[in-house]
Design a protein around this ligand. Sequence first.
Ligand SMILES: *[C@@H]1O[C@H](CO)[C@@H](O)[C@H](O)[C@H]1NC(C)=O
Ligand SMILES: *[C@@H]1O[C@H](CO)[C@@H](O)[C@H](O)[C@H]1NC(C)=O
Ligand SMILES: *[C@@H]1O[C@H](CO)[C@@H](O)[C@H](O)[C@H]1NC(C)=O
Length: 352
Amino acid sequence: MQLSFIFLFLQLWRNVDVSLSQNACSKLPDVPHSHVSEDTKKDVYQEGNVIHFTCETGYISGPTITYVCSPTTRGWLPARHGQGACYLKPCELPEETPNGYYQIINGEEFVFGTTIKYFCNAGYQMVSKNDTRTCLLDNWTNHVPICDPLSCELPPVDEGVTVIGLPENDGSILPDRFLTFSCDGPGKFLNGSSVLICGKDGRWDNPFPSCEDSTPGVDQMQPHLNANAALGCGTSPSLTDGDTTETLRFHHRHEERVYYRCQNYYTMEGEPYKTCINGEWIGQISCLKPCTVDEDAMRSHNIDFRYGSERKIYSRHNDRITFKCTERRQPVGTLGMRFQCVDGKMHLPTCQ
Ligand SMILES: *[C@@H]1O[C@H](CO)[C@@H](O)[C@H](O)[C@H]1NC(C)=O
Ligand SMILES: *[C@@H]1O[C@H](CO)[C@@H](O)[C@H](O)[C@H]1NC(C)=O
Ligand SMILES: *[C@@H]1O[C@H](CO)[C@@H](O)[C@H](O)[C@H]1NC(C)=O
């Protein structure tokens, strides 16, 4: 046992001794992500030998990495000061996708092996099968994914159901589009909503309706039929000097109300809403104009505001303003000095 141990020790010592005396530069420099190039590779190196390193796939270096077997140290020394290393090859910036964006899902830089994932902005959906791309040696895998606007599915083809409002040329159904359903022929009724609106999320607001046989004598079905028969309305009417308080929609249900407001300084006359009644908008609203009291006009009439606090350019419909003559002037006529603003018009008294 002891003898074999000594023998092993001697054997090791001899190996070390041989490598020191014969194999100068036997220990190769450690250059991560590279290997010694085939044309400079040898089994045994001698002083003065030169080796080059080739970077692994996906890595590059600046100038070729070169080491020289030094006669003085009997070890490898870089041929150039600040010898380079192999680093990951940078990539071209990936292309943007309209209506979407991408994020790196591994690492922080655009280098060989980086994978990015594309996402679509709100209101858009990815129509490409693969939303990830990886940087390879020359390019990014896959094509730039495409984000299309969200769209609603087409209604099923159902004989006997008439659908109005489908886009032409089999175009996609974009949010806010509405379809109107009705049943062909007598003795049929529409089971479900007669109008479906495609939502911002690309979903219909109601299930597709179907046409059923109306069985005579089944009276409880009648109210259902009537409710669906009432017509909805299109876009709410515009209002001069005002607007609706909600965003424009293309369809409104029967009995739905749309509220309005007037521009600043304008005064609303009538209820602040219109109601969709069986296809028609019911309700009278107007926005009455304020009066502009023009200082030039006042000067030409030789008048001024009676009260300092009334020194305002706009007065609302129905507001009254009291005037006075400027110094040493007398009013003309008998209408007095107090006047009311009526839908943008105000009489000005005259002094001379
Ligand atoms: C997407 O493409 C990558 C290559 O960039 C591939 O590895 C991956 O399997 C693909 N994914 C799908 C779901 O096809
Ligand atoms: C990337 O480059 C390889 C080889 O150069 C080519 O075969 C492949 O089609 C390219 N891929 C794309 C998405 O351009
Ligand atoms: C109407 O449609 C609903 C849901 O699809 C269904 O449950 C119901 O039976 C239908 N009514 C008639 C009278 O067909």
